[in-house]
Design a protein around this ligand. Structure first.
Ligand code: 5GP
Ligand code: ZN
Length: 113
């Protein structure tokens, strides 16, 4: 989709800090890090949100989320990890290309509640 910033990131038209990539999925650091290592995992195809997510996209996407979680664990050694996914403007979605936030947690002083 031409106007979508995450499609542009997948296509390399906007630079990003790549964390992981395979045939179906691209993962990159969030430009506004809630905690160190805050990563977004997105399908390469443009699906707007969970309501529009094709069944064939969801399975490989979540397998990749597990791999990225392992990579974050190895790189940053967090004590925990939050998965977050906003669907719809009312729910806080600001980029309308499906994405899952992986937010590493380091303890009570990591500034994310
Ligand atoms: P949402 O609010 O839709 O769940 O999350 C969108 C996320 O995309 C935000 O955390 C925001 O910081 C991130 N974001 C928006 N534009 C860019 C960008 O151009 N590059 C990167 N790496 N992250 C972005
Ligand atoms: Zn898109």
């Amino acid at each position: 989709m031409d106007s979508c910033i995450f499609c542009k990131i997948v296509n390399g038209d906007i630079p990003s800090a790549k964390v992981y990539e395979d045939d179906n999925v691209y993962a990159f650091l969030d430009i506004s890090q809630v905690t160190k290592g805050h990563t977004l995992v997105i399908p390469k195809v443009h699906n707007e949100n969970i309501f529009k997510l094709d069944a064939g996209v969801a399975g490989p996407l979540f397998e990749s989320v597990k791999k990225v979680a392992g990579a974050i664990q190895s790189a940053f050694s967090p004590k925990g990890l939050n998965l977050l996914n906003n669907n719809g403007e009312t729910a806080g979605q600001t980029v309308f290309h499906y994405h899952i936030h992986l937010i590493p947690r380091y303890g009570s002083d990591d500034g994310f509640h």
